[in-house]
Ligand binder design. Sequence first.
Ligand code: PLP
Length: 463
Amino acid sequence: AITNHMPTAELQALDAAHHMHPFTNNDELAAKGARVITRAKGVYLTDSEGVEILDGMAGLWCVNIGYGREELADVASRQMRELPYYNTFFQTTHVPAIALAAKIAEKAPGDLNHVFFASGGSEANDTNIRMVRAYWQAKGKPGKSIIISRKNAYHGTSMGSASLGGMSAMHAQGGMPIPDIHHINQPYWWGEGGDTAPEDFGLARAQELEAAILQYGEDKVAAFIAEPIQGAGGVIVPPATYWPEIQRICDKYEILLIADEVICGFGRTGNWFGSETMGIRPDIMTIAKGLSSGYQPIGGSIVTDEVAAVLDSIEFNHGYTYSGHPVAAAVALENIRIMEEEGIVEHVRDVIAPYLAEKWTALADHPLVGDTSIVGMMGSLALTPDKAARAKFASEAGTIGYICRERCFANNLVMRHVGDRMIISPPLVMTPGEADILIERATRALDETYARVKDEGLLKAAS
Ligand code: PLP
């Protein structure tokens, strides 16, 4: 049998022989061997050599309540024994799905009171594409089918959700975006704002939505989708003028606003939902990740009373075998119960996010760091050869970010890179002491990156 007790090299060889990693150059990985993670507790992972690694990404932005929660294991085991599976198609339901939907309705702002379940964020965003089109058809406006999104957005990896996303490297590998999805520019002031003031830039980027609606026709546009704060695109916090203008435009032209809360939801920004932090009123929210803290695969779309009423008037021909899966739903419900009981959102807002923010923004003193953005427990650093000029490196985008990520990993810190931006999204239960360790390791990694970049003559700005 293949177990945790096997030598690391043997596990790595088997991994390379049979396991295709997502979003990975598998040849490159096979040459050096994947780090084998064997267990985890709190904010720490342990690898097969017994080394502890501080998980600055909460897995993939999802393990919000931290690793090793026995309560979630107990609930899963109990639910599996009682009712491991049943579906919610046609005319059946079960208590975990009922209870989770009711709890989500209670937590979600305004009249976002109805949930359509999926197994993750990609599936939920596919639901959203189908849902907004079915909605406008049911309202007698079948022409409204265009969805507007943003370049460099991430909404998932299925054909539909990757089409909503604005990742050109994904689109380039075939057949995307699918028809009737268009992308406007992102509100990334540090990287794209030039000499424009952030407030003016935020307004201008939001007004691209209005221009797109007028170009395609108000009677053709169904919805606009965006993450309250772009995550996988590099933790890009929009200027304060951006979201109010987007809300105004959606209201004016009767465009459904979809907030993709897959990362921002469930406490990450210091409120239950990023929409609350950004002051917007979406018609639909995409949720996943923090909903179950990653302990089970589950996601969904939360919709307003009005959207639900329209969809309830037709048969929406859509659903997944695992929509509302009882074990996943029971675990998600327990996750939310723990978040409430321990006041985890309040811990983020009042304790750990302000503490981390102070230390994170102080990294701007490092010679390699330009922008230091952070909202709640999601932050980013722009690496730059010249911070005054907000310059990019002359080397291929991502070269320096990759070196920095490797230096983080060597210092037992998981911090990802998106191009030459470094990003963090740690578990929300992090303590101030653990935040200190994160900053210490990040600083060491930045110092080592700087030394290497200087040595290799890479400290050059793109012309
Ligand atoms: N939407 C956002 C904002 C995400 O960050 C992600 C994943 O990172 C997704 C959707 C896709 O979710 P999943 O990987 O669960 O399909």
